[in-house]
Design a binder for this molecule. Structure first.
Ligand code: C5P
Length: 240
């Protein structure tokens, strides 16, 4: 079941200025070359579901989407429906796309939420829980605990050992950080060309403290073709 509500009333949010960065400039290499953020899910593009998650909040002051060059030049009309939304051209890596978007945010923000443009089933509770942790000055990363047994192998898949999975998580998004922490860490990452698959890696490397926030297993990223069918099924179930 999708978690629908926030875990408690959100009055502390009324005093916060929050920006949202959505990296959506990927090329969809694992989705048969189709950028997954523009595929249709339950009657609208995946990325539109993601925008809808954040545009309903009055405390979201600024939202920047990093787009591929083609969609930046010919923006689909559904992207153009809220004055809070700005677009930038993404870069060669997710890191570069996020950095371009961070630079386009207004500078008087308290917190920044970074959320993948291909992760449409995130619940309001997860967003709220991450924002709450970040409002205490930490980085907050949505994720799930690893439940399967973990094996380390050699190049021929020969098992070398079984790893301890306690305290091991899968890191996802949203990832929420104080604005200054995220900006400073990304600035260092770009100057020093740190390779990073997500934002928390950059903040950790820059010395920031990051906490995991447990979210639903349904917070998965549309990555492979079957993920789209699964997301359709989840949305159909949540309506019935
Ligand atoms: O490639 P991956 O699945 O990790 O992408 C996560 C998110 O980052 C996706 O929403 C994708 O569109 C975005 N991305 C980006 N710029 C890139 C690569 C990925 O904005 N160069």
């Amino acid at each position: 079941m999708i978690e629908l509500g926030e875990s408690s009333t959100s009055s502390f949010l009324d005093n916060l200025k929050v920006g949202v960065v959505i990296p959506a400039a990927g090329s969809g290499q694992r989705m048969e070359g189709k950028p997954k953020q523009f595929l249709q899910l339950a009657g609208q593009p995946v990325l539109k579901h993601v925008l809808n998650l954040f545009l309903s909040y009055s405390w979201v002051k600024d939202l920047v989407v990093a787009l591929p060059q083609k969609q930046f030049e010919e923006q689909p009309s559904w992207l153009n429906q809220d004055s809070k939304v700005q677009w930038v051209v993404g870069g060669a890596t997710r890191r570069d796309s996020v950095w371009s978007a961070i630079q386009a945010l207004s500078e008087d923000l308290d917190l920044v939420i970074v959320h993948d443009g291909a992760r449409p089933l995130t619940s309001k509770k997860t967003i709220f829980d991450c924002v709450k942790v970040a409002s205490e000055g930490l980085g907050a990363v949505a994720g799930t605990r690893v439940v399967d047994t973990l094996k380390a192998t050699d190049k021929n898949n020969q098992v070398l050992k079984t790893l301890d999975r306690s305290d091991v998580w899968r890191a996802q998004t949203p990832q929420v950080f104080p604005y200054d922490v995220l900006f400073g860490a990304y600035h260092k990452a770009i100057q020093n060309d740190w390779i990073a698959g997500d934002d928390s890696i950059i903040v950790e490397r820059a010395g920031g403290q990051v906490k995991m926030v447990e979210c639903s297993l349904l917070n998965f990223k549309i990555t492979f073709p079957p993920d789209l069918d699964l997301a359709e099924a989840v949305l159909a179930c949540s309506k019935s």
